[in-house]
Write a protein that binds this ligand. Structure first.
Ligand code: SF4
Ligand code: SF4
Length: 466
């Protein structure tokens, strides 16, 4: 099957000298404020722009676009690693088969339930399941894990949305996962540059560039409404990768009428015994990283942008203002890591997981910090519960209508979090933040209903949403 990534076109767009004009870039930024997204050509112009004044405009526009679509809410989730066995040998990953020093672990169903219990006790409602590629364990292991996670309910806790980051698979296996209640299926291409891809994936099933590239096509054929794509920035030129990500989004939209539900923007981080993780071929300076996040926000305004704890707390605080809409918090990248870290002092920069974590703040600390920065933390899962997925979701997200639900739902889930898991200081801050954001709900009826529902939460009812 031929690739839909046109490498020659991307290289040509990035070389075109006329694209360096700041005036042209400014016009494109202006156009992006209409929330219609950007073409490959327009995106290439912004990527090539170095003018500081224009970049400042780009950053302001990215914030505006994010807030026009989703409002000032930030969805929070936790990754859950269930196995670090892997038959692949990705040169940037601590789980790769060639890392003989790594202690391998596949969680039992009881251990998975134990991890979920820890996350529920912290207040999490959304999990991203992560696992290596292990044909021996088979799809049955994933099915059992998904069911175990959804069925673990501890105290007031429950997992309401389980997204899965698992290896590329067949349509038949995607169908099986969908039946178990899989939410978004995530898979990163890591790099869209084929030659680099083949170099950094020297063996194992993942070394098949085309099979990996078409995973989202198979997922959509299997009826999975929401798919999440991504790049591991640092493996190849970031400008190429951004244009390739956009090509992927356009391809999905043309073929299935629905673009990617999310785009993830991990930057390569050190990992144990991963030859290129500590010394990436194309390291991305912070300024370029911020720029690429802002450009993606303008290019695919309707798509959730996800930032992980690979980035430092400082960088995350900066980048959430540039269009990020989902973040992980309190993450552990080792199977069994949540249980193991209970009652243990946190250590900085552990490298024994899939990669090293730079933001080691707990969920409570992240919630406190983003609240202080003027955002409303959200555990909302309303769209999936109400069937607002796939094309139905995009119909609301594209014109910026989804924020009429996002903000009220974030306040309701924040309140729920405060009631069930917040300490005195968290409650004091949270109540202030909820009161302040209530003023931003412009629809009078929804505002009144939100106030009613907030009061209903006080009476003990839970899981209220629009
Ligand atoms: Fe395995 Fe994924 Fe790590 Fe590659 S990135 S070695 S597929 S766990
Ligand atoms: Fe996400 Fe929908 Fe909730 Fe908004 S309303 S936070 S898009 S689930």
């Amino acid at each position: 099957m031929p690739s839909f990534i046109d490498e020659s076109l991307i290289h040509a767009l990035l070389k075109e000298p006329k694209f360096a004009s700041p005036k042209t870039a400014e016009n494109i930024i202006q156009k992006a404020l209409m929330l219609k997204g950007l073409s490959l050509e327009e995106t290439a112009i912004l990527l090539n722009c170095q003018d500081k004044r224009v970049l400042a405009k780009l950053f302001r526009a990215a914030r505006k676009v994010k807030e026009a679509i989703y409002g000032r809410r930030l969805v929070i989730f936790a990754p859950l690693y269930i196995s670090n066995f892997c038959v692949n040998n990705c040169l940037y990953c601590g789980f790769r088969r060639g890392n003989l020093a790594l202690a391998r672990k596949r969680l039992t169903l009881d251990e998975i339930r134990g991890e979920v219990r820890v996350l529920e006790e912290q207040g999490h409602k959304r999990i991203l399941l992560e696992t290596g590629e292990e044909p021996k364990a088979g799809i049955g292991f994933l099915e059992r894990a998904i069911r175990a996670i959804y069925s673990t309910k501890y105290g007031r806790g429950e997992i309401r949305r389980l997204n899965v980051n698992a290896p590329a698979m067949s349509v038949a296996n995607f169908r099986r996962l969908k039946k178990c209640g899989l939410g978004t299926y995530q898979l990163f291409q890591e790099t869209y540059h084929r030659e680099t891809y083949e170099k950094v994936h020297p063996s194992g099933p993942k070394s098949d560039f085309i099979y990996h590239l078409f995973a989202m096509h198979r997922a959509q054929k299997a009826g999975i409404d929401d798919v999440g794509i991504g790049v591991l920035f640092g493996l190849y030129d970031y400008k190429f990768e951004v244009l390739a990500l956009l090509s992927h989004a356009l391809e999905l939209e043309q073929r299935f009428g629905v673009g990617p539900h999310t785009i993830s923007v991990p930057r390569i981080e050190p990992a144990s015994n991963a030859p290129i993780a500590g010394n990436p071929p194309y390291p991305i300076p912070d300024t370029d990283f911020k720029k690429l996040v802002a450009i993606l926000r303008l290019a695919v305004p309707y798509t959730g942008l996800i930032l992980s704890t690979r980035e430092s707390a400082k960088m995350r605080d900066e980048v959430i203002g540039l269009g990020i809409s989902q973040i992980s918090a309190g993450s552990k990248t080792v199977p069994g890591g949540y249980k193991a870290s209970e009652n243990r002092n946190r250590k900085r920069k552990k490298v024994s997981g899939q990669f090293s974590i730079s933001d080691n703040r707990s969920l409570a600390e992240v919630i406190r910090d983003i609240s202080k920065r003027g955002y409303s933390p959200s555990f909302c899962t309303a769209c999936y519960r109400l069937g607002r997925v796939g094309a139905d979701f995009m119909d609301m997200a594209k014109p910026g209508l989804i924020k009429n639900f996002c903000l009220p739902n974030s306040l309701l889930t924040y309140k729920e979090y405060l009631l069930d898991y917040g300490d005195k200081a968290a409650k004091k801050l949270g109540e202030k933040v909820i009161k302040r954001h209530l003023k931003d709900i412009t629809n009078r009826k929804i505002k009144e209903k939100t106030i009613d529902k907030l009061a209903e939460l006080e009476t003990g009812n839970r899981d209220l949403y629009f």
